[in-house]
Structures are given as structure tokens and as C-alpha cells.
Design a protein around this ligand. Structure first.
Ligand code: GLC
Length: 556
């Protein structure tokens, strides 16, 4: 296996299509690296680790929210979209980060959270102060409650995090929050809201940001009739596409058409990727070049580790992306889901929420098998046409921290579900950079979520330079991908043994994944990457191998 690390050429700044096959690394800033010892990751911490990102070989960083926030939802409750949380840094430090990333040939994507602000946003505070019927309240979704004094909510809708979606403000008005009560939904019919977001996009684009990740891109616009349907009526109604009162309405694309004008006013155009949990056939509109340009496909977050499933997901998504004139995205982990090394350690069909509630003991995970499958899945994904989104810590093979003490949980899901769902903190524990030292090298102080003692074994410094470590495996994979990546095409190799999936990419790159259980023959070619041990001419179960054609001896 080659551990070759290639010098990366800096991507030309005028390249308007860099995103199509980029490897984008998600940084959850409060948990990445802490420079000042307050236990919360910060911008100088990220800047200090740019060499890690460069050595890893990523094309771009996506920064989850770093804006001022009370952290009611891990920073997705934004007080001010054009500022930096003082605990995380300053605008000058943001500029330093942009400079350091760009100098390393890495682009920067920031998170935009347009469905809601935080309840501390100046416009929401103004709306509360101004009272019912005021123009200030029109920027959000306020409604009179039902009953003589507005004492009952306008509807029985529940929020995504559980509990009611309407919050009373004490004067007969209620406001809509599809997420936490600290996240009031904007009224996207209001021109101020539209204009303010355009200003936010320009603000960050002017500071050198290359692209945007759009949070809950399928919400924003709403159609709330005088009498609202009940939650049950909404569930039971067989609504045609685009007819839901608050998700995936067609009008939302008018918003993105206006954003596209802003993106395209820059050279190179700024990019965007939609987080839109919509049925696959509705994804294309978000990914359209007239809209955001790309949309996440989360199918692999939900897929079992299985040959037929993976192949189907790839076939469908390549087709959807082509139809949308976009490129596909591939995601195995992010800050909202159980890390894939742990998902693959559980028997298929395990209820992950129940597993977390058992502190990761029921069932006991197959940790080694989980990592083996995670690495195989990662290598499979990195060989596909399109862009791959990696989540911080997956390059260390981190599993979920499934036994966080309940008293330490921060995710609103935990409280709002009445303690029946532990939520997403287990994938947000600050990273272990070193086996020793305070907070395993996360920073000179503590860490805002407790790190388990086994973090020492998986710390970055324990893996650095160690052949076969997950960190070296990722570095090799990204370097080889950079060398072999060409046009966005793939050909399936038919007739592979049961349980295996094999495809080739133009230029002589073959990828074979053995989803198990039996070993399968190694195809012809020179092995340039293997996700596990390759002892003989057989590819063991749960293993991906990449091969390069040898001159005169085409593989497959
Ligand atoms: C997105 C984010 C998630 C957040 C939610 C509300 O789904 O990924 O972390 O809680 O939006 O903003």
C-alpha cells in the first residue's frame, strides 16, 4: 500500500467548478481545537491546525456556526449572522483563518442558518418589545393564540426537537419555532428578512468565503392559512409536492434564485450546498444551477452496509445529480448523526436512539468491525464521482461517545424529549489531538463536553506516521484520489462475486468493496489503497481496495 503524500497544487482561484468533486471537511468549531483554555474551540485553534487539514488533503473546510449564540442548539441559534461569538474569536481572527486556509489551497464554506434566528436576535427582541400587531412582529411568524385571550397555541404542531412548535409570549401572541423555542422562525414573506440575508451572504463573500452550507434549506417560506390544519390532519393528508405549510414549498426557490444572483456576482462564483431533507425527486430544485447549485444526499446516513443498497444509492444519486446539472454529494457522518464507525458497529436495524439511551451497551458494539466497515465505506465513497463531505474526527476513526453523563448533555433534544432521546452530543465531543496533556490536546484547559479516557488511544499523535492507522489511511486515500480523480463518470463492473461491488473511473482507477461475508478475489491492477489488511490475492470481508491499471495490463 502506498503512503505517498503528494505536494498539492494550489487550486486556481478562478476555478468556478472546484466544488464539484471536492473533499469538504466539516469543522464543528466549538469542538475542534481550543487556543485559550476556556474549553470551547475557537478560530485561532482552527488556524493552528490548518497544517493538519493540508496534510490530510482536503479541498475545503465547512465551518459550522461560529456566530454569537446562547448555544441553545449548538450555535444554530444565531444572535447576529454577521459577527463572531467572542468565545470563538474575532472578525480579525476569522480573516486570519481565511488567509491561512487559502494559503494552504483550502477553500472555506460557512454555515448560513436562514430558517430562524435566535431569540436574542435584535429583531426578535424588538418584536417582543413592540407588542401584538406591530410591524416588528411581522418579521417573524407571530399568531394570535386560540381562545378568548389567545391562551391556546394556534395549532398542535410539534417542533423537530419535540414539544410544541408554538411558544406564547404572554400577550396572547405565539411565535412559531420549528426547532427549539430559542429559534424563532423568520417570516420569509417580509422584505427585511430577504434583504438582511442577502447582506449576510455578501458580508461573508466579501471576506473571502468561497461557499455556503444552507441549514434546513427546505424550510424558510411558509403558507399558514387562517385555520391551521392539525398535526394529525397534516400527517394524514396526502399532500401534493410543495403543498406542505412549512416544508419544501415551491416558493423557497425564489429565495435561492435571488441568492444565486449574489453568488454569481463574485468571481469565481460563490457556491452553496443545501441541507434539505426532502424526497430524492425534490432534491434537484435545490441543487439546480439556478438555485443553490448542490444539495446534500443523506442516503448513506440511513443505508445499511450492504452491497445492493450502496449500489442503488449511488446509481440513483448520480442520476439525480445529472438531472439537476449538479454533482452528487456523499456523506457518512456529520454533527447531527451517530458517527459511522459506531453505526457500523451495531447490528443492522438497531434503534440508535435506544442504543444511546443504554449508554452504548445494548447491544454491545463490535468496535473493531465498526471501524473496519467505516473505513471500507469511506474508501468506497471517496472513489465516487462528486464531492465527499467528511466530519471532523472521522479521520481518526472516532466512534460515538455513547456514554456521556446525562448531566453534561447540551443538545436541546435531550430536554425537549423529556429525557427519552440523548441527542447529538456524542459526535460533538472535542477532538483528541494528543494522547497526553490537558483535554487530549484539544486545548490548554478542559473541554466543554467530557472526553472519555480511551481518547488517548485514538489521538491524532498516536496515529501520525503509523502505517495502517486510520489517519494515515485517510491521508493516503485523499492523496491518491487527488491524483486519480478525473471526469465525473463511473462504470460498474458486472459479475463480481456476491457481496462485492466494483466500479471503474476513467483513467484506470478501479474500486472494489467487499461488503462480506466471504473473501473475494483481488482484481487485476496495482493496489494503491486498501481500507484494511490485504494478506493475499483475496479481499477480505468489510474491505475496500483501490487499484490502478498497470501499463499494458488493464484491470477489471
Ligand atoms: C440543521 C443542523 C442542526 C440544527 C438544525 C436547526 O439540521 O444541521 O444541527 O439543529 O438544522 O438549525
Amino acid at each position: 500500500m502506498s503512503h505517498l503524500l503528494e505536494e498539492r497544487p494550489t487550486a486556481p482561484a478562478t476555478d468556478a467548478t472546484w466544488w464539484r468533486q471536492a473533499v469538504v471537511y466539516q469543522v464543528y468549531p466549538r469542538s475542534f481545537a481550543d487556543s485559550d483554555g476556556d474549553g470551547i474551540g475557537d478560530l485561532p485553534g482552527i488556524t493552528a491546525h490548518v497544517p493538519h487539514l493540508r496534510r490530510l488533503g482536503v479541498d475545503a473546510v465547512w465551518l459550522s456556526p461560529f456566530y454569537p449564540s446562547a448555544l441553545a442548539d449548538g450555535g444554530y441559534d444565531v444572535d447576529d449572522h454577521r459577527a463572531v461569538d467572542p468565545r470563538i474569536g474575532t472578525l480579525a481572527q476569522f480573516d486570519d483563518l481565511v488567509t491561512a486556509l487559502h494559503a494552504a489551497g483550502i477553500r472555506l464554506v460557512v454555515d448560513i442558518v436562514p430558517n430562524h434566528s435566535s431569540d436574542r436576535h435584535r429583531w426578535f427582541q424588538a418584536a417582543l418589545a413592540a407588542g401584538p400587531g406591530s410591524p416588528e412582529r411581522e418579521r417573524y411568524v407571530f399568531r394570535r393564540g386560540l381562545g378568548a385571550d389567545g391562551e391556546r397555541p394556534p395549532s398542535d404542531w410539534t417542533s423537530v426537537f419535540g414539544g410544541p412548535a408554538w411558544e406564547p409570549v404572554g400577550d396572547g401572541d405565539w411565535y412559531l419555532h420549528l426547532f427549539a423555542p430559542e429559534q424563532p422562525d423568520w417570516n420569509w414573506d417580509h422584505p427585511d428578512v430577504r434583504a438582511d440575508h442577502l447582506e449576510t451572504l455578501r458580508f461573508w463573500a466579501d471576506r473571502g468565503v468561497d461557499g455556503f452550507r444552507i441549514d434546513v434549506a427546505n424550510a424558510l417560506t411558509k403558507h399558514l392559512t387562517a385555520t391551521l390544519p392539525s398535526a394529525e390532519e397534516l400527517r394524514a393528508a396526502d399532500l401534493p409536492d410543495g403543498a406542505h405549510p412549512y416544508f419544501d414549498r415551491d416558493e423557497v426557490h425564489e429565495v435561492y434564485a435571488a441568492w444565486r444572483e449574489v453568488f454569481d456576482s463574485y468571481d469565481p462564483p460563490r457556491t452553496a450546498v443545501a441541507e434539505a431533507w426532502v424526497p430524492a425527486h425534490r432534491r434537484a430544485r435545490y441543487a439546480s444551477p439556478l438555485g443553490l447549485g448542490q444539495a446534500f444526499n443523506f442516503d448513506l446516513l440511513l443505508a445499511r452496509f450492504d452491497a445492493a443498497t450502496y449500489r442503488t444509492v449511488v446509481e440513483e444519486n448520480l442520476r439525480f445529480a445529472r438531472d439537476a446539472e449538479s454533482s452528487s454529494t456523499w456523506v457518512l457522518s456529520n454533527h447531527d448523526v451517530v458517527r459511522h464507525a459506531s453505526r457500523f458497529a451495531l447490528p443492522p436495524g438497531t434503534d440508535e436512539k435506544a442504543w444511546l439511551l443504554s449508554d452504548g451497551h445494548d447491544p454491545e458494539p463490535d468496535v473493531a468491525g465498526g471501524l473496519r466497515r467505516a473505513r471500507a465505506a469511506t474508501a468506497f465513497v471517496l472513489a465516487l464521482p462528486g464531492s465527499a463531505y467528511l466530519y471532523q474526527g472521522e479521520e481518526l476513526g472516532l466512534p460515538e461517545v455513547s456514554d456521556l453523563p446525562r448531566a453534561d448533555l447540551q443538545d436541546p433534544t435531550w430536554l425537549r424529549s423529556g429525557g427519552t432521546e440523548k441527542g447529538r452530543d456524542g459526535c460533538r465531543v472535542p477532538l483528541p489531538w494528543s494522547a497526553d496533556g490537558p483535554s487530549h490536546g484539544f486545548g490548554p484547559g478542559g473541554s466543554h463536553l467530557p472526553q472519555p479516557s480511551w481518547f488517548a488511544d485514538v489521538a491524532a499523535d498516536r496515529q501520525d506516521g503509523i502505517p495502517g492507522s486510520t489517519l494515515e489511511f485517510y491521508r493516503t486515500a485523499l492523496a491518491v484520489r487527488r491524483r486519480l480523480q478525473t471526469v465525473e463518470e463511473l462504470s460498474w463492473v458486472e459479475g463480481t462475486p456476491e457481496g462485492a461491488v466494483q466500479f471503474t473511473r476513467p483513467g484506470g482507477w478501479t474500486c472494489l468493496t467487499n461488503f462480506g461475508p466471504d473473501p473475494v478475489p483481488l482484481p487485476a491492477g496495482r493496489v494503491v489503497l486498501c481500507s484494511g489488511e490485504l494478506g493475499s490475492d483475496l479481499v477480505p470481508a468489510d474491505t475496500t481496495v483501490w487499484l490502478e491499471d498497470e501499463p499494458g495490463r488493464p484491470s477489471a
